[in-house]
Write a protein that binds this ligand. Sequence first.
Ligand code: HEC
Ligand code: HEC
Length: 199
Amino acid sequence: MVHADRLAGAALAQKGSKGVPACMACHGANGEGQTASGFPRLAGQPEAYLLKQLQAFAGGQRKNSQMAPIASALDAQQMRDAADYYASLPGWRPQGQTRAPSPQYALGLRLATSGNWSKDVPACFACHGPGGAGVAPHFPALAGQPSVYTRSQMKAWQTATRTNDPQGLMQSVAEKMTDAEFDAVSLYLEHPSLDEKGK
Ligand code: HEC
Ligand code: HEC
């Protein structure tokens, strides 16, 4: 059993190492992600969740042409170090922007907080925690993720190209949802608020 070394994780994130690019080049200087390109936020995610994703990219249960070679180049110690480091950074917080109210944002809010019982879709926040802040160790934060990223993951479960979720929990959610619902909930989760105006 290897122990995580947070300083080594920080160095890997900032400088990379032999055959491994710096994580921050894509995931942002503080693990905040990049909204426009859809690179996910890593900061504040549960450590066990991050480690599991790195193992899944390396093992092929999760497919991505950018992350697969990077995860495969990491050894077990480096995976632990990176997961420990990113989990230690602060999670997403609302920054005071207000969104233009839209029917799409309102639909996203309903899906996240109440689900859609006519189709047996549970509320996202029932598992992912109030406000989508995540519940360690198994349920990642959804709040503040680029909408492009959230949407691509929903699609990946619906089409079974991401297959590493415990007991198929996310696949059974995604397979009951429409593209319009994916769009709405992804838009909402990029900047979630309990106010329909997104305050
Ligand atoms: C070239 C850009 C790039 C670099 C460099 C990169 N990543 Fe990623 N990473 C991505 C992309 C793109 C995704 C989303 C993959 C997908 O859609 O499944 C991702 C996803 C992840 C995830 C899953 C996040 C989640 O919420 O499930 C983890 C963990 C991760 N990267 C860790 C790392 C670590 C650690 C490093 C540095 C050793 C790193 N990445 C370097 C592009 C990159
Ligand atoms: C029954 C519990 C449950 C419900 C309800 C649920 N999820 Fe999840 N979700 C999970 C689990 C568990 C994971 C982690 C999968 C893994 O280990 O890779 C996850 C992961 C995710 C991820 C991947 C996050 C990342 O960083 O890659 C997204 C996106 C997501 N869920 C969106 C949603 C949305 C949107 C809803 C509501 C429509 C929802 N989930 C409802 C259990 C749930």
